[in-house]
Design a binder for this molecule. Structure first.
Ligand SMILES: Nc1nc2c(c(=O)[nH]1)N[C@H]1C(S)=C(S)[C@@H](COP(=O)(O)OP(=O)(O)OC[C@H]3O[C@@H](n4cnc5c(=O)[nH]c(N)nc54)[C@H](O)[C@@H]3O)O[C@H]1N2
Ligand SMILES: Nc1nc2c(c(=O)[nH]1)N[C@H]1C(S)=C(S)[C@@H](COP(=O)(O)OP(=O)(O)OC[C@H]3O[C@@H](n4cnc5c(=O)[nH]c(N)nc54)[C@H](O)[C@@H]3O)O[C@H]1N2
Ligand SMILES: [Mo]
Length: 763
């Protein structure tokens, strides 16, 4: 069997490999001469916010915050390749549909607004004014505004997102399916319940003071590479880094910092994780409960021996509610249950608990490995409860840190992209604009898909993103999109969501983060974004737009809004001509933005106050709330292990992709080259399956809804991953993620817990 696609794994993350990859990337994408200048301006006070990830920017960092995957994200946008009208003239939509995500986006930046022509099955160029007029007339002819779905992907700036929600609410609906519904929704829900605010409580500076950092269900080496710099500095000064991840991820093991000249010259690298635990998929709640059990045992022992309690009783008494119930729930959970569900031995869990006990200040970070399970909300509540035990929320060097995905996904939420808007926000909008706002809750991603499938939705507008490929059961979603009356995608590059045209369909090309946004009067506009640490900062593009026909997202939204609802309530043209005016409206309607325009122009921007970080709890009880639920009845892992031949599959990202955007076919840190249709399994499982590395299989989904789901022609890669677990790349595997499997309270598709088996393909 040909297994030449499996090669050497990088010895460490970062280092020369990262630099080499950057050089290659710049050459391949045909980045213009201004390329180097573009890179130097990323995440700098007078530059643009890197569209790569939502990790915070340092106050006194090196001259520029360099990161390999940031380079890819920037080069991807700054490419010289163009998906021009000639490209669309040469290919029918049916032909384009046969291309992979990778091949499709390789064609480069969109240059003209395009309208689908059913007769020729091609997209043809149109004038902006005509596009706005037709979109406006279809939207205003719908019997109810609730028949339209307004999707947002988390790259949109605060200004674009605010204008978008304002238009949509004035139009009359709260239908805001958002990428965060598939991402950190569970973090928002759980943290609002636990600490009264759906965001993390730490600042970047806290990483300089933490004694221990728990990194749970996250692969920063690929997805938040700049975080590795902070983890490395912490490791060097002796902080413990405790990882929970079923997969051995290179970046969490060793990192060689491209910013460190000595490390680069010596070819050295730094050990990141002091402890690396490999739980089974979905086993984190049990692991945290086990650690809490160990903490309570240590507490009893301390008290028995006359030592002080290991718990922070002042914090517990003054700030918390539900502690006793939590303690009872923890004590009532048996070690057998904890071990079987977490897949970790008692001794290992105690080791992790010891790190926690020996640290004064602890940070816990997490991402999709925690949020994309059925019981994610409960798991994050458990994490918060565990952190409360020693007062690790609301003090310097400690706290809860969900690491966000898209570079402005947190900001979009802050400025009103929310299908269940708080009444106070709607009141503020009504006061500011003098007209009633819709009060009915709208659709999230799953509800929007449901409405498309049952025919009650008639229109889809996408502000960025790739709805058809990012969502579960992608085959169904693609069909659902093509049944609509109107589909509109505001985008920078062509993707598969554009190839499922409704009756009337537009692709509206916009400027990217790196490009200069000129307003009506020719002045360059500043936009703003919010990172994972709630820092709001400015971003100004520096590159010439990819085409003279592009409009900014703000201008496109303003154009659609004016054509749909007119300009009586809001002067769309004025707002899109001067973003300061949009920010004035944000300041007037959203707490925390006082002196927005002034403070945005300070070098590092400003911090949105987080009440929980100051130990003010905006929860129902006014206290930090422990949760005391039972462990899940059954995790994906336990379910799969009941049936011979079944595995628990997670869908994650390779090193060469940004969500549905595939930059290349390699996954250097995992030693896979030139191939994305792979599935990682434990070598012992491979032997049991009588299979070898490189063997081809179909992956068959097992879900109790009678629908057949098969991902065809994948190849085995033996990997250091627990037995009974499997992993492969999204979006290719989204055909296996069932729409009807989602998180309790979060509605997040369970992309990290899919039950599958393997079927050998005939040679
Ligand atoms: N270069 C690059 N950067 C990105 C992105 C990108 O695609 N490319 N995407 C952006 C976005 S939108 C997001 S949301 C973030 C995503 O950032 P991550 O959450 O790091 O993304 P994933 O690749 O999904 O990785 C999930 C990690 O969790 C582990 N995991 C899976 N299941 C479990 C579990 O049950 N328990 C535990 N403990 N671990 C588990 C996996 O092994 C994997 O290491 O990154 C953002 N940044
Ligand atoms: N199976 C599985 N599914 C998942 C996940 C998973 O881990 N596993 N992760 C989920 C997560 S965390 C997320 S966040 C979603 C992501 O879902 P989305 O946000 O919908 O997807 P992206 O792939 O980030 O969107 C890429 C497209 O955005 C457009 N784009 C890029 N930059 C810009 C810009 O500046 N402006 C505009 N208007 N458009 C732009 C380009 O046309 C590009 O094709 O996917 C989710 N789906
Ligand atoms: Mo995400």
């Amino acid at each position: 069997m040909d297994n030449s696609f499996i090669g050497k794994k990088s010895a460490s993350a970062g280092g020369w490999g990262a630099l080499k990859s950057c050089g290659k990337r710049l050459l391949q994408t045909g980045m213009p001469i201004s390329g180097a200048r573009t890179m130097l301006k990323a995440n700098q006070p007078d530059g643009f916010d890197c569209p790569g990830c939502a990790w915070g920017d340092p106050e006194h960092g090196s001259s520029f915050e360099f990161c390999e995957n940031g380079v890819k994200a920037v080069a991807w946008e700054a490419t010289e390749k163009r998906a021009s009208p000639a490209f669309f003239a040469a290919n029918t939509v049916s032909e384009l549909r046969r291309l992979s995500d990778y091949e499709l986006e390789l064609h480069g930046r969109l240059t003209h607004p395009m309208r689908y022509d059913r007769v020729t099955d091609k997209y043809l160029p149109v004038e902006w004014a005509d596009a706005f007029a037709e979109i406006g007339s279809i939207l205003s002819s719908l019997p109810s505004p609730d028949e339209a779905e307004f999707y947002t992907s988390g790259r949109a700036s605060n200004e674009a997102a605010y204008l978008y929600q304002l238009f949509v609410r004035l139009y009359g609906t709260n239908n805001f399916p958002d990428c965060s519904n598939m991402c950190h929704e569970a973090s928002g829900v759980a943290l609002r319940q636990a600490i009264g605010v759906g965001k993390g409580t730490v600042l970047l500076e806290d990483f300089e003071h933490a004694d221990a950092i728990f990194v749970v269900g996250q692969n920063p080496g690929t997805n938040h590479p700049r975080m590795l710099g902070d983890l490395r500095r912490a490791a060097i000064r002796g902080a413990r880094v405790v990882v929970f991840n079923p997969v051995r991820e290179k970046g969490l093991e060793r990192f060689s910092d491209p910013q460190d000249k000595i490390e680069m010259i010596r070819g050295g690298s730094t050990e990141i994780a002091s402890h690396y635990f490999q739980p089974k998929l979905g086993g984190d709640m049990a692991a945290f409960r086990g650690m809490a059990k160990a903490v309570f045992a240590a507490d009893r022992q301390a008290i028995a021996s006359g030592a002080p309690s290991v718990l922070d009783h002042v914090f517990l008494a003054e700030h918390c509610e539900g502690f006793e119930l939590y303690r009872e729930a923890v004590e009532a959970t048996s070690w057998e249950e904890i071990e079987s569900q977490s897949g970790l031995g008692r001794a290992d869990i105690k080791k992790a608990a010891d790190v926690y006990l020996n640290a004064e200040k602890v940070i816990c970070t997490w991402a999709m490995g925690v949020t994309q399970h059925r019981h994610s909300v409960e798991t994050i509540r458990e994490i918060a409860s565990f952190m409360f035990l020693r007062g690790n929320v609301g003090k310097p060097g400690a706290g809860l840190c969900p690491v966000r995905g898209h570079s402005n996904v947190q900001g979009d939420r802050t400025v009103g992209i929310n299908e269940q808007p708080p009444a106070a926000f709607l009141d503020a909008l009504e006061a500011e604009f003098g007209v009633p706002m819709p009060r009915r809750h709208g659709h999230n991603v799953l509800a929007a898909i449901g409405a498309m499938l049952d025919g009650s939705a008639k229109a889809f507008i996408g502000l960025g993103g790739n709805f058809a490929r990012a969502t579960p059961d992608s085959a169904f979603v693609e069909q659902a999109l093509s049944k609509l009356k109107l589909t509109v995608n505001i985008a920078t590059k062509p993707n598969h969501s554009h190839l499922m045209p409704g009756e009337v369909s537009y692709i509206l090309p916009c400027l990217g983060r790196t490009e200069i946004e000129l307003s009506g009067d020719g002045r360059s506009q500043l936009i703003s974004v919010e990172d994972s640490m709630s820092m709001v900062h400015g971003s100004t593009g520096i590159n010439k737009p990819a085409s003279p026909h592009l409009l900014s997202e703000v201008a496109i939204i303003a154009g659609i809004a004016a054509a749909t609802i007119g300009s009586d309530v809001v002067d769309w043209k004025a707002l899109s001509g001067n973003y300061d005016l949009i920010r004035d409206r944000i300041e007037a309607t959203i707490p925390g933005f006082h002196k927005y325009n002034e403070r945005l122009r300070k070098p590092r921007g400003f911090h949105l106050r987080n009440a929980a970080a100051h130990r003010e709890w905006n929860t129902d009880s006014g206290k930090a709330a422990f949760s005391s639920g039972k462990l899940p009845e059954e995790t994906v892992h336990q379910r799969a292990s009941r049936n011979a031949g079944q595995f628990a599959l997670q869908t994650f990202r390779s090193h060469d992709q940004y969500n549905t955007t595939v930059y290349g076919l390699d996954d250097r840190y995992r030693g896979v080259y030139g191939e994305r249709n792979v599935v990682f399994v434990n070598p012992a499982d491979l032997a049991d399956l009588n299979a070898a590395a490189g063997d081809r299989v179909d992956i068959v989904g097992h879900h109790d809804d009678g629908i057949e789901r098969i991902a065809q022609n994948f190849r085995f890669v033996p990997y250091d991953i627990p037995r009974g677990s499997a992993a492969g790349y999204y979006p290719e595997l989204n055909v296996l993620v069932p729409l009807s499997s989602f998180g309790d309270q979060s509605d997040t598709p369970t992309s990290k817990s899919v039950t599958v088996s393997f079927r050998k393909r005939a040679a």
